[in-house]
Design a protein around this ligand. Sequence first.
Ligand SMILES: [Zn+2]
Length: 146
Amino acid sequence: MRYLVVILLLSACSFNDVTYSIEPDLNVYVESFYKEALIRGYDLRTPNLLVFKESDLYQAKARIRTGSNGQIKVVFDKEWVDFNLRTYPERVESVMFHELGHALLHRDHAKGCYSLMLDGGCEACYENKPEMRKKLIDELFNPCSD
Ligand SMILES: [Zn+2]
């Protein structure tokens, strides 16, 4: 019995020690964020990022949670993200960029500017508008003054 308790404790600890884990079908958007950051001179790759899906995320497409030991958790609403991965992948990217803007760029919501950091996100801001994508990503890394 004593060994069983030790094994259970060890497995609980190892779960909490997971420091980099990205939902496979969302990894392309995390990598896209890192690529856009590097183009603009920022190396933001972090070993403490977890990106995953959760059902019934209360009235949100995604949320940021900070865990103990410095983990940054980006949680997507499973139903919203699975639907949009099939239909509007640009929306998944822009919401990912919004959340990573909070988590890795420490940005707050934009107030007076057209930005991916608008409160509630800007999920369709560059859908079918590639010229807007570049402008909004430029603004993400070089915020306009609110
Ligand atoms: Zn936000």
